[in-house]
Design a binder for this molecule. Structure first.
Ligand SMILES: [Fe+2]
Length: 419
């Protein structure tokens, strides 16, 4: 049986079947570990709050909850916390409707894709980058986010396994702008944030391909080289015209962690700037929800749940909660099962009634696709005042072989990107 165990309760002889974070972010070479000595236990405690143990393969722990119970508890706690926080800080309202903004958002998104591709090419060839084009698209994205943050947020679902770095750069930029607006930043601050976010990983183009694209875990020496990308990014940006010191905080600090375990400086708590803290949340969120050549990303809702648990350790706790308010407990593109067994995709976030977004229903309870897909608003009620439908489960589109991007393109919510 798999059990979730607090790291403080680990004992020699327990068999770890999974960590509380993606294996790539743990100091272990394998994702399954038999605990052999106290030194190993110390190593786990340093990087994880809890782990999953397999009691069929190693020692059991008494009084521990089953995985399902622990997961239900954290889901409930996260919902309560976010609902309470929303009562205190209602989200900002959009100036125009989603359907009015989506066309403009697609245009600037596709222009940004071209710009980031060219910038990366220039860095790879050792040329200095011209920041003018990047600043222009960041300005346009800032305007779009100020009018309606959901149009560009919806487009963050556009991801390609083989073009991870460019899509990741755009997604981190869009998410930073949306989160920045949610936090009340002014337009000029969003522009600084946006340019730092869009170009935060350009230094990766100076990392040898065999390390950058290695399938699986990096050795300690390879990881040391990989870590240099933050310094390279900051060096490249500091010599580019019109990129200020505040924007540089993002490339320099997006791998710092709240408890001091990040890099390059191991900054702790308030030593990390606001831009650094916001971008570290976003960088991890996009990384663990993206499909890479060698591993599948996790559903966004599950990623938020995991990151909610890591708050206080990896991320500033209040900021983590506010980020969940910003992208929604069920972010765009989440595949869900409703309580009538229909399956659908989240196509609109409800930031007041966070558990009641709009869902594009694609498959019926008999596992047959709907000929004509319908949109269901989960705030709809029956005459007896009970809700008509609610979300029952989160589903993994990869496990079910459902291409959510294809459905959303069919509805005009995404566009087909050329390579
Ligand atoms: Fe990075």
């Amino acid at each position: 049986m798999i059990k979730k165990v607090d790291a403080s309760k680990l004992k020699v002889g327990m068999y770890i079947s999974n960590f509380d974070r993606p294996w790539l972010e743990t100091p272990f070479l394998f994702n399954k570990v038999m605990l052999k000595d106290d030194k190993q236990i110390e190593k786990v405690r340093k990087s994880c709050s809890y782990v999953y143990i397999d009691t069929d393969k190693g020692l059991d722990v008494q009084e521990s909850e089953s995985l399902a119970d622990a997961d239900k508890k954290i889901e409930h706690e996260m919902q309560e916390t976010i609902q309470e926080a929303l009562k205190r800080e209602p989200p900002p309202e959009d100036k125009v409707a989603f359907h009015e903004e989506i066309k403009k958002a697609k245009k600037v998104h596709s222009e940004t894709k071209e710009v980031i591709k060219n910038v990366m090419q220039d860095v790879r060839m050792g040329k200095s980058i011209s920041s003018g084009d990047a600043k222009k698209v960041v300005d346009d994205m800032t305007e779009s986010i100020m009018r309606n943050r959901d149009a560009l947020l919806c487009l963050t679902q556009l991801k390609k396994r083989d073009e991870y770095t460019s899509f990741h750069s755009i997604n981190v930029c869009v998410l930073c702008l949306a989160f920045g607006r949610h936090m009340g930043y002014q337009k000029h601050e969003l522009r600084d944030m946006g340019i730092g976010a869009l170009l935060h990983d350009v230094g990766k183009m100076k990392i040898p391909d065999e390390i950058l694209n290695k399938e699986g875990k990096l050795t300690e020496d390879e990881f040391k080289i990989m870590k240099r990308h933050v310094i390279y990014s900051a060096e490249i940006l500091s010599t580019s015209y019109g990129i200020n010191q505040r924007a540089l905080e993002i490339p320099l600090q997006h791998h710092e962690r709240y408890n001091g375990t990040g890099y390059p400086k191991g900054l702790k708590g308030d030593e990390i700037s606001m831009f650094g803290m916001l971008s570290s949340i976003i960088d991890v969120y996009d990384a663990i929800t993206s499909n890479r050549v060698y591993h599948n990303g996790m559903p966004a809702h599950d990623a938020l749940k995991r990151m909610y648990e890591w708050r206080g350790k990896d991320f500033q706790p209040i900021l983590m909660e506010r980020f969940i308010q910003c992208v929604g407990i069920y972010p765009f593109g989440t595949l869900v099962e409703l309580d009538n067994s229909d399956i659908g995709i989240i196509i609109s976030i409800n930031r007041i009634h966070i558990l009641r977004p709009k869902v594009l229903v694609i498959i019926n309870g008999n596992k047959k696709p709907y000929g004509e897909q319908k949109v269901i608003d989960l705030t709809e009620k029956l005459p007896d005042k009970n809700y008509k439908l609610s979300i029952k489960n989160i589903l993994d589109p990869i496990a079910l072989n459902i291409d959510t991007q294809q459905y959303l393109k069919g509805k005009g919510l995404l566009y087909t990107t050329s390579s």
